[in-house]
Structures are given as C-alpha cells and as structure tokens.
Design a protein around this ligand. Sequence first.
Ligand SMILES: [Zn+2]
Length: 368
Amino acid sequence: MLYTLKIRLYPSPEQSDQLLRTMARFNDACNVIGKIAFENKTFSKTMLQRLCYYQIRNQFKLSSQMVVRAIAKVCESYSAKNKRDKLHTFKPHGAIVYDDRILTIKSIDTVSVLSLNGRIFIPMSVCEYHARILNHVLKVRGQTDLGYIDGKFYLFLVAELPDKPENIREVFLGVDLGIAKIATTSDGKFYSGSKVKNLRKRNFKLRQKLQAKGTKSAKRLLKRRRRKESRFATDVNHCISKRLVEVAKGTQRAIVLEDLKGIRERAKKGARKTVCKTMRQALSSWSFYQLRQFIEYKARAAGVLVIYVDPRNTSRTCSKCGHVDKKSRRDQEHFVCTACEHALNADINAALNIARRGAEVIQPNAVA
Ligand SMILES: [Zn+2]
C-alpha cells in the first residue's frame, strides 16, 4: 500500500527565499525543456536528455541531478499521449520532484534539500504516527515532491507500507464505539459498559416507581439518582478514554474513530434509512458524545493523533476480504462473511475495518 505523507516544512526566511528561487529556476528549466520536447515531438526521458541536457545545465546552472529531475517532470507531464498536442507550461512555484540523491530525511525533524546555494537543512514537523511511518521510509526512500501551497512549504513523501491487516494494526488503533460494549478496538479488546447499563436499568425502574409516587421527597431522591447516574457514566468515560489513549500512545499508534458528523447530517436531512437504530440511539446519547470528546482531548494532550473515517458499511464489510454484505452480520455479536466465511466478533470486525480506513485517510487526494 502506498502512502503519501504531507509534511510541513519550517524554513527560515532566508531558506524560504532560497527554496522559492530554486523552484522558480527549476520550473523555468522545465518550460524550456517542455518547448524542446514539444517542438521535437520527443517525450522519452533518455531521448530528451540526449537532446537538451547540456544546454539546460549551462543555461540554468542547475546541478546535474536537478536537470535530470526537470526532464523527468516534463516527461511525466507529457506521459498521456492524448495531451501531446499542445505546449505544456510550468508555474514558477510548481513542485520540484526530488529523489534521494538531492533530498534526504536526516532525522525525524530535519530534511536536507538541494537548493541553488547547495544543500540546506530545513526543520520539519512530523506528528507521532507519521514519525512511525517515516522511520520505515528512512530505510526505503523514494520520490519526494517539494510543494509550495498558500505560502507554506510541504514535502509529499511517498512511502510504501506492507498491505497486510496485521501491519495496519501496528500503525492504527481502530475503535468501534457502541452501546452494549462501549468500545471495541482492532486489537480485539472490549471496554464494557455493562455496569453503566445496569445502573441505568435500575434507576429507570426506580424512577418509574418514584414518579408514580410524585411526592416531594420522591422527586428529590429522583434528582439525586439521576446525578449519580451521570457521574458514574462520566467516570466510565474517563476510564475508557484514558485507557484507549494510553494504549495508542504506548504503541505509537493513531486512534481511528468513525466520523459521525456526516451521519448526523445525513440523519437530519431525512435519510433515516441509512442510519441504523442503534446508531441513532448512540448519537442521541449524551455519554456517547462525551466519550468521543474525552478521547479527543486526552489524545491531543498526549500527542496522539485521532483520525476520523467514513463510517459507512464498517459493520457490513469483511475485514479479511473486503466483501460487503448486510447478511454477513448474523446478529449483534457474530460476523460471518458470506463470501470467504471468515468468522469473528462483529464489533472486532468493525474495529478492524475502521483501522484500515484510517490507513486510507492518509493517502493523498491533493497531490498533483
Ligand atoms: Zn470475507
């Protein structure tokens, strides 16, 4: 599986100026190369190098590797055969495509980039879960784009990670939140809320009795009970969120949750059919919302990243083969894939799907 990590760079004003000038010169060179390619109808890398390498080197005073990268950028732009009928131009601050000869990740917080003034070392900021992936990339290395977007510099770094779910679990902690089991993780652990549920049930019965009575003292007792119930739920939420964040931090993983904002909006718009009953109950439950809040702020305090993913079909998808079928979810507890017969606990299956989607989220859509 290929990931593109988007990493923010923090160059000094002087470095920023150097980078911009390097980009401008690089893209100027691309424009000249593009013209040569177009006029000669030559779009292969080796042919273009033969045709213009020395000219470009002399004209733009770029390092040889930089010239090779500029030619590669032009070739890539012309790679689609149906787009060869007009001249391609390149914006002055368009991305520079680096390779590991001219860009090196020195450590988790520094990158060395070749500029017109030679190599410069630029600070970068990497969050914990990216750092984990970067540790992997430090060995692999590959093509990296330097981009300038809205006045900020970014590296777009392509990393290849193993495709097995076991390995995804090493980077992402998928968490499925529910009613019966408050939280289930992709590690296969349950964080139960049975105590809360029992207390609630007891209180519910008591409430009915007291409400029937309707006396002043009954009302007082009722109020106290309700407070105790919410205090207890808050305690449980604190415990569970704390534990989840500890697990994620201890194993340097990002927490992946379902993005329920989208669901809530869809539910509001009247598309009720897409929202199952338990989900509606969960959404209306205050303590459920509170748990998500707790996870979020504790994670932030601990430097653990929380990723939100599309919740659609997480409980109907097989975490092993990806087959989607409503019938695979036999009941509340059991998942048996109708395609590959993979059988496991339904909540763990959902948590695994959530973890996997976390991996998909870091994949880029914005990389040009
Ligand atoms: Zn399956």
